[in-house]
Design a binder for this molecule. Structure first.
Ligand code: PGA
Length: 260
């Protein structure tokens, strides 16, 4: 596999969401039918707010785009507030004036989760853009520590700390212990990958992901194998990175060059 060097953009925290949104608007302007994989969580929430505002202004449309979920809990009932499909509808899809051409949720309500994972693996093939968050434990999606670069989309156990976030932060009706996630193999095959990282609490893990030897202890470290990985970090998340100051981007006015 070819190894690329991550392109790092360090943005002031106040500008981070607008800058990443501007980049996504540019991608969609150039290619309206993108297949994009989307995460849920605290990190992308302000990005989704900025994207919705851009769509309401008429700057962007998802009408021809396909949105594919990155991961989903097993064991939470439909409509549970912590479900990934609920969160994406609440924060992004349900707020768009024109819905995406397709929203590909992960079917976790059927009798056969392994079969649902295999179906989602086919949906995850051929992504144009994988938008990802970084877990405090180094996970990407539910590719928890122990995951490797050959992993495909599958049923996984989630770390206890990950499951607890569903109940403590998002009010899940039960604490989930498992989920389905797009695997690193598919994320590495996407034409482009963006890793979104904000906040001081992610600083050490971002340093490990980008600067320590790649390791199953930090699955995000394998993303460095991607030939077109951009890390969008705010200043707090970037504080442990060498040269973060030198790489600081001037903010949302940075010129964007759609390259897909
Ligand atoms: P967060 O989660 O954005 O809610 O911090 C990221 C992740 O755990 O993947």
């Amino acid at each position: 596999m070819t190894s690329g060097e991550a392109h790092l953009e360090v943005l002031p925290s106040a500008d981070w969401a607008a800058a990443v949104a501007a980049r996504l608007v540019a991608r969609l302007a150039a290619h309206r039918n993108l297949r994009i994989c989307l995460p849920t969580g605290e990190t992308p929430a302000p990005l989704y707010t900025a994207i919705v505002a851009a769509e309401h202004r008429g700057d962007v449309s998802f009408a021809e785009a396909t949105l594919v979920m990155l991961d989903e809990w097993l064991g939470l009932p439909p409509g549970d507030p912590a479900r990934g499909d609920e969160m994406l509808r609440r924060e992004l899809i349900g707020r768009l004036r024109v819905p995406p051409a397709r929203f590909v949720a992960i079917d976790v309500d059927g009798p056969d989760p392994a079969a649902a994972a295999a179906r989602h693996d086919r949906e995850a093939a051929g992504l144009d853009l994988a938008i990802l968050g970084l877990g405090i434990n180094g996970h990407v999606g539910f590719n928890e520590p122990g995951s490797g670069p050959q992993d495909t989309t599958r049923v996984v156990e989630v770390a206890a700390t990950t499951g607890e976030i569903a109940s403590t932060r998002y009010g899940a009706s039960v604490t989930p212990h498992a989920g389905i996630t797009i695997g690193l193999a598919r994320l590495l095959e996407a034409r482009e990958a963006w890793l979104l990282v904000t906040g001081e609490r992610k600083a050490e893990m971002l340093y490990r992901a980008l600067h320590r030897p790649e390791s199953r202890d930090c699955p995000a470290s394998y993303l460095r194998r991607h030939a077109r990985l951009t890390v969008f970090a705010d200043e707090a998340a970037a504080e442990m990175l060498p040269d973060a100051g030198a790489r600081r981007s001037p903010g949302p006015s940075i010129p964007t060059h759609p390259v897909i």
